[in-house]
Write a protein that binds this ligand. Sequence first.
Ligand SMILES: Cc1cc2nc3c(=O)[nH]c(=O)nc-3n(C[C@H](O)[C@H](O)[C@H](O)COP(=O)(O)OP(=O)(O)OC[C@H]3O[C@@H](n4cnc5c(N)ncnc54)[C@H](O)[C@@H]3O)c2cc1C
Length: 398
Amino acid sequence: MRYDYLIIGGGIVGLATCTALLREKPGARIALLEKEAGWAKHQTGRNSGVIHSGIYYRPGSLKAQMASEGSRSMVAFCREHGIAHEVCGKVIVATEESELAGLQRLNERGAANGLEVRILSIEEARETEPHLRGIRALHVASTGIVDYRQVCQRLAKIAQEGGAVLSLDACAVEIRGMSDRLEVVTTQGVFGTDYLINCGGLHSDRILRMTGQEPPVRIVPFRGEYYTLVPERRHLVRNLIYPVPDPAFPFLGIHFTRMITGEVHAGPNAVLSMKREGYTKMAFDPHDLAEVLTFAGFWRLGSKHWLAGAREMARSWSKSLFVKSLQRLIPEVEEEDLLPSEPGVRAQAIRPDGSLEEDFLIVEGRRSLHLLNAPSPAATASLEIGRYVARRAAVRTD
Ligand SMILES: Cc1cc2nc3c(=O)[nH]c(=O)nc-3n(C[C@H](O)[C@H](O)[C@H](O)COP(=O)(O)OP(=O)(O)OC[C@H]3O[C@@H](n4cnc5c(N)ncnc54)[C@H](O)[C@@H]3O)c2cc1C
């Protein structure tokens, strides 16, 4: 089995890249490997389902560009393929005077990123979110909601109909560099390829290392835990309600999200996971944990943000602390209104100096391209990331 392009990863980014490559290189032999038995089993299938606008990101960054273009292309894709979605807008709420400057900065950033944003008095904000507490809010019109698992099912169908070979239960375990190609050894046999594209999410740094290159960053897994509002209390939230984020931390603070299914989620927090795909508090993998604990970048990050980290840990173990954070936005929410919901784990790339990689990060080898940092808003931006990666791959193989 020899392919022109081989993609590792059947999350939304790998699948979007596959369909973009089919358009970019008609007739090319393309295969995609996914180690699980279905699509979108990790980050993509366990996220908040928000089509982000791109308001948070530095103008000119890949994230800003691809989120705002990506939110439009994601909505267009959903319309074209009849996938349930809604552009419902969101509010970011300042609950104290000290957050007003941050809210104003976001307003300016939103305008710089070409978005429709508007500062609202709290009375105006309550016209759409009547249970809100706060002193001022920012309305972002282009934010929406979707189930990214459904987007993946459709992308997989398009890829298959376009002639790509999609292999489930195919875990890449070794990569051999030959003189004229790469060979990827998997649990389903050996796949030869002229060009490899790594969309391995939580394992992307390890896949890069398999090719013999040392990754410039390490993936550190941060679990995000959610609660869901019991049905009789869902009326407390109409759309999406976010706090003003801490600029030092890319995770957005726990928020309320109406899902496209009608459920309302509260969360996610961000706690270190002792396993890359660890979906319970006690999930533990000695190899995964040792990799984090022997990485100097993790300790440097920890020394800067230990207080925020300790707060997140406390909120993870104490439902009442979690609820207190939520009550800053909606005081009527009580502990008994919330049931635990499925968590997700973010693949956050950290540099050896302890800084978080803020933008999407792409590293290229002689016969390969590796997406090393694709955290939020990469689901929103996936169709744009796919297009960008497909163009890079096409240029490198022409
Ligand atoms: C809690 C949480 C909330 C989020 N909320 C949002 C949101 O609301 N909006 C948004 O835009 N983004 C959100 N994100 C981010 C978004 O989900 C991710 O950026 C996006 O899903 C990344 O997609 P991916 O395809 O790169 O990774 P993944 O979905 O993780 O896919 C990678 C795939 O690679 C496979 N793989 C790994 N190693 C191998 C191997 N060796 N062989 C074969 N296959 C392999 C894995 O099994 C996996 O299926 C959120 C993320 C989390 C965790």
